[in-house]
Design a protein around this ligand. Structure first.
Ligand code: GUN
Length: 294
């Protein structure tokens, strides 16, 4: 069986083509969607992610500002900054890059963000709306994953989706979303995590596997059934045989080739779609503000 490689790069460019029209329409009304990014500490991966997000905003003619804080910043200073950003009309969206240092209560920080500016969709109000089946802001990675299903016409109805990982960023929201009623949704979803015994028993039964656990080359050929679809959210830095740092996913793509019917590559799969959805959510935030105010 040929394994189809589902490119997130190509798909993200389709998203940007559509967004350009909406951005132009906003600009014609003197509005440039704008994102405030809060970056704490020196996590190298976080710095790269933020750099990539900012670059995309710039390329599309959108505004963004990054507010950086040292690793030892107090929770109080961060809370104050976010309240200022909530009240600052210059920004339509606020993103706090995760993870935050251990002494900061991330939930407290995410909960103080104005839900109307919560373009990451992590605020309990947004997660609550999503769970109730009426999402407003959908977290970027899960939203990007749904676009793969829509674009490649992967019908989930009647299928068994197995999600590996239960983070609030990916695993939990995508498990809820795939099981909602709707076109390209309506799946029977199982969520597996570190407390699951015999995890591979579930992946072997799955029609679609969504991997978000952060373990390089975790999923191999013997762990899936013939023809399964694998959505790989993992981004892991490892050393190759020559000692060079490379990025790999949670799936062992070489091992899965010929057995999976389709797989998202790393890099170039889910990652570019996460950024595209952040841009889309920020454009949506600006549009909503305009429509509510006019
Ligand atoms: N860290 C890893 N993924 C994400 C994400 O989608 N948003 C934020 N804010 N932080 C992250």
């Amino acid at each position: 069986m040929d394994t189809k490689i589902l490119s997130g790069v190509d798909l993200s460019f389709e998203v940007y083509t559509k967004l350009r029209e909406r951005i132009e329409s906003l600009k014609n009304q003197s509005i440039t969607p704008s994102l405030a990014v809060v970056l704490v500490g020196n996590n190298p991966a976080s710095k790269v992610y933020v750099k990539n997000k900012i670059k995309r905003f710039k390329d599309l003619g959108l505004d963004s500002s990054t507010f950086t804080f040292p690793e030892n910043v107090t929770e109080e200073s961060l809370l104050k900054k976010i309240i200022d950003l909530n009240n600052d009309n210059a920004f339509h969206g606020i993103l706090v890059q995760l993870p935050l240092p251990g002494h900061i209560d991330s939930e407290k920080i995410l909960t103080i963000i104005d839900p109307k500016k919560d373009v990451d969709g992590f605020h309990p109000v947004n997660l609550g709306n999503l769970t109730a089946g009426s999402p407003i802001f959908i977290p970027c990675t899960p939203k990007g994953i749904l676009r793969f299903f829509e674009h490649y016409k992967i019908e989930l109805s009647g299928k068994h989706v197995v999600v590996v990982g239960r983070s609030n960023i990916v695993g939990r929201p995508i498990s809820i979303l795939t099981s909602l009623k709707g076109r390209y949704l309506n799946a029977t979803t199982t969520i597996c995590h570190s407390g699951s015994s015999d995890l591979f028993k579930f992946t072997q039964m799955a029609d679609v596997i969504i991997l978000a656990l952060g373990k390089p080359h975790f999923l191999k050929s013997e762990h899936i059934k013939q023809g399964a679809i694998v959505i790989d959210v993992g981004i892991n830095r490892i050393e190759n045989k020559e000692g060079r740092g490379i990025l790999v996913g949670d799936a062992d793509i070489k091992s899965l080739e010929g057995k999976a019917s389709a797989i998202t590559p790393v890099p170039g799969g889910v990652g570019p779609m996460t950024i595209a959805m952040l841009v889309e959510n920020t454009v949506e935030a600006a549009e909503r503000l305009l429509n509510n105010e006019s």
